[in-house]
Write a protein that binds this ligand. Structure first.
Ligand SMILES: C[S@@+](CC[C@H](N)C(=O)[O-])C[C@H]1O[C@@H](n2cnc3c(N)ncnc32)[C@H](O)[C@@H]1O
Length: 235
């Protein structure tokens, strides 16, 4: 089904162009490039309407927050919200219209302090498993872009996608720092910022799964893992 273009879409995006990032000539190594000052770099992939990004950046003024979304027609809501709230929040939020498939064009290895994946599409059919944003090929690239002590945070209503993600992490020899099947009734709810999808699912009584994992917590396997994921076997 073709997505209906929002009214005056181009003009609306242009009015907020100062919040949108142009792709750098080289992958960035520092937040100075887009923000003009140096801070820890956090990235949300698939920010949708931007509720999480706007609230998280406002609550964490020392962080430089990038919100990435591949559908510009959806992103316009996020950028407009950030613009509406600009007088009440720090200037630490920028938007990238782009796809996780092209992350390496934006960020150099070991540059990111945190990555958030919130309610990523589940791609339920097995033949589409490689499209899931927690497929091991995506996880491997996140771990390359994160600093050693960086952290990947993942939240989803989808129990099957969560199981799949845990299996992928296990196959890569990664141990999450925490795992919960019921974020809102767990100690990890402290400081949790709800996304638009999360608000909707919680109102329906759906449990929210969440985990965090750091590249540091990776135990490289020498025999039964995928050798392409194991630097020790790449010579
Ligand atoms: C289910 S929505 C969740 C939106 C938001 N994170 C929330 O929780 O309310 C998933 C979003 O991820 C975006 N998305 C999916 N695949 C992506 C990719 N490869 N790169 C960037 N964004 C992607 C979709 O366009 C969509 O807006």
């Amino acid at each position: 089904m073709r997505m209906r273009m929002k009214k005056h879409f181009t003009e609306r995006l242009e009015a907020c162009a100062h919040l949108l990032c142009e792709k750098p000539d080289e992958p960035i190594t520092t937040s100075e490039y887009h923000f003009g000052w140096e801070g820890d770099i956090y990235l949300e992939i698939g920010c949708g309407k931007g509720g999480f990004a706007v609230q998280f950046a406002a609550a964490n003024p020392a962080v430089c927050f990038y919100a990435m979304e591949r559908v510009a027609n959806v992103m316009v809501n996020a950028v407009e919200r950030a613009e509406r709230e600009k007088d009440t929040r720090p200037d630490n939020l920028r938007f990238i219209i782009g796809s996780a498939e092209n992350l390496e064009e934006w960020f150099a290895p070991a540059t990111l302090d945190a990555i958030f994946l919130n309610f990523s599409g589940p791609w339920p059919k097995k033949r589409n498993a490689k499209r899931r944003l927690t497929h091991r090929a995506f996880l491997a690239r996140y771990f390359r872009l994160l600093k050693e002590d960086g952290m990947l945070y993942f939240k989803t209503d989808n129990d099957n996608l969560f199981d799949f993600t845990l299996e992928e992490l296990s196959a890569m020899g990664c141990t999450p720092s925490y795992v919960t099947r019921d974020l809102h009734n767990s100690p990890f709810r402290v400081g949790n910022i709800m996304t638009e999808y999360e608000t909707n699912f919680v109102s329906q009584g759906k449990n929210i799964n969440a985990l965090a994992v750091s590249p540091l917590k990776r135990v490289y396997r020498t025999h039964d893992g995928d050798p392409s994921l194991n630097p020790a076997e790449q010579g």
